[in-house]
Design a protein around this ligand. Structure first.
Ligand code: NDP
Length: 279
């Protein structure tokens, strides 16, 4: 008998924690599967995906810079993947067709509301950045009925386009960084890739409302520049994206295996490991 094969495709991919996380889920739930990380460039994408599923592979995660290609590749799309125009999870259906799903947003919401009890209902949300990650999280955030969601981006046109596409499902608008002074938010989510180069978008003091929180989609062994900024602004929570990473992986595991893994112990384990790394 063959062991069911799963993988994450990305470029670069060597740093990926996904194989570790999926292996921990498999052990915890008693599932027999193999999950590898594979370096796949955009040029190779469709050939490699076809070969993977052609060889009997059951499911794929796709990460930077492949989420839009995965969206184009899928035979069917979930409603939220359709809107996001980005797919991070591919799964073989019973009829052999490939379903595309995006679990990033639900992963973020589960980390915020489930693991950290940060409520989104009636709150003022600000998203920094208008790339693929931003697209992936907006639908599930709007589904939590925030009072408002503003998306701010360096390149204004990209934020305007996204706000237009999601206008039908919630109170969403866009602005530029110069328009942030004198506005206040209960939750500021950093969906830019600035953290990856230790940079910080231009954020005014006083942006965070009293009792507000910060969330950086990026994660590292040390606190990111944005997480540190949150602490300087007296954020109640200033979190990075490790919890989201585990939660989006748990959703993908559920789509593939029909079993929902417990995430708390695994998030705690990964947090412990990076404290050891950082010291
Ligand atoms: P993209 O490259 O698609 O988008 C990057 C965005 O960041 C753009 O809006 C860009 O603005 C903006 N940006 C980059 N540098 C700066 C800067 N110095 N100042 C202001 N804005 C900046 O990236 P993704 O959307 O794919 O990923 C964004 C982040 O989310 C990454 O850090 C990624 O690791 C993280 N992520 C985490 C996940 C998790 O599970 N925790 C899941 C998915 C993503 P412009 O348009 O003007 O160029």
């Amino acid at each position: 008998t063959f062991t069911d094969q799963y993988a994450v495709f990305g470029h670069p991919i060597s740093h990926s924690k996904s194989p570790r996380i999926q292996q921990l889920f498999a052990i915890q739930t008693g599932q027999n599967l193999e999950y590898t990380a594979q370096d796949v460039s955009p040029e190779q994408f469709s050939e490699r995906v076809k070969a993977f599923f052609g060889d009997g592979g059951k499911g794929l995660n796709c990460t930077v810079p492949l989420k839009e290609l995965a969206w184009q590749f899928a035979d069917q799309l979930s409603e939220r993947a359709k809107l996001a125009k980005a797919v991070n999870t591919l799964a073989v259906q019973a009829d052999g067709s490939i379903l595309g799903e995006n679990t990033d947003g639900i992963g973020l919401v589960n980390d915020l509301t489930g693991n950290h009890q940060i409520s989104l209902n009636s709150k003022r949300l600000l998203i920094l950045g208008a790339g693929g990650a931003s697209r992936g999280i907006i639908g599930p955030l709007l589904a939590c009925h925030p009072a408002s969601l503003i998306i701010v981006n360096r390149t204004a046109g990209k934020a305007e386009t996204i706000a237009g596409e999601f206008a039908g499902i919630g109170n969403i608008s866009s602005c530029v960084y110069d328009e942030l002074p004198n506005q206040q938010f209960d939750l500021v989510i950093n969906a830019t890739s600035a953290s990856l180069s230790a940079e910080l978008p231009p954020l005014p003091d006083g942006l965070l409302a009293e009792h507000g929180s910060c969330y950086d989609l990026a994660y590292a062994n040390q606190p990111t520049a944005f997480v540190k900024w949150g602490h300087t602004q007296q954020a109640v929570h200033s979190l990075d994206g490790l919890g989201m990473l585990v939660e989006q992986a748990a959703e993908a595991f559920f789509i593939w295996r029909g079993i929902r893994p417990q995430t708390a112990d695994i998030i705690a384990l990964l947090n412990n490991e990076r404290q050891i790394h950082a010291n």
